[in-house]
Design a protein. Sequence first.
Length: 264
Amino acid sequence: MIRHIKSTEVPSSLGRGVKANDDNCTAYDAATADYRSGARSFDIRKGIYGTDVVKRQLKADQHDKCAFCEAIFDANVAGDVEHYRPKSAVDTDAGRIYPGYYWLGYNWENLCYACPDCNSYRKRNWFPLENEANRARDHHADITLEQPLLLDAYGPRDPRAHIAFRGEAATGLTAAGNATIDILALGRTALARDRLQHLRMLTLVYESVSLFNGDPRPEAIAFLQRARAELAAAILPGARFSAAAADHLAALDAGENFLPVSEA
């Protein structure tokens, strides 16, 4: 997981969400008990927050990668516009809280682009805090008092300071890092297997550079240039699994390789 920079220009379709947010706040004030009990719920319309223009902008800001796992996935499955703070309800270890962060339902700062596995199967309505007593329960509360344990790809905290990779395995460096790994299952089998395959290919390129370094043949020199460019590109924000790649290449530079021994 890495930190992305969100475009300052708000997608046009979210303009319709300004009034919708205001209407939801008015409705909450008129029937607070019903919304808090779950008897009433808000209709946060995907036709406003999940439009193609919103999705395209988020995909561009995230280099077509999932905000959480860094996979480039939508050649095979469509992604979702995800709410960082859940819009409908919040699940906690103590139970479900109603309503969710309804007043942020159409807020550009609360949206990201995520793969279905991270979004629908993992994150869902989970949004733990360091101190539950500081949770903002409605639009009158001060949301800045919250200290989320789930990392935000667009937030002020750099996920790289909270999650590191030892080979293909994600490792939490802080409570927020551990919580994010746990909620999103960043060590899930299929994802770890994909990271492992990617890192093994990078290892081959890395070893090739060492093997051909100093070779005076023109074809070797040309190959080295391409191989070094490949390694440099692997850690750029637009590369898939760039955080894992950066940590793995740094480990190789230090003479360490944490990948499991290949059975091939």
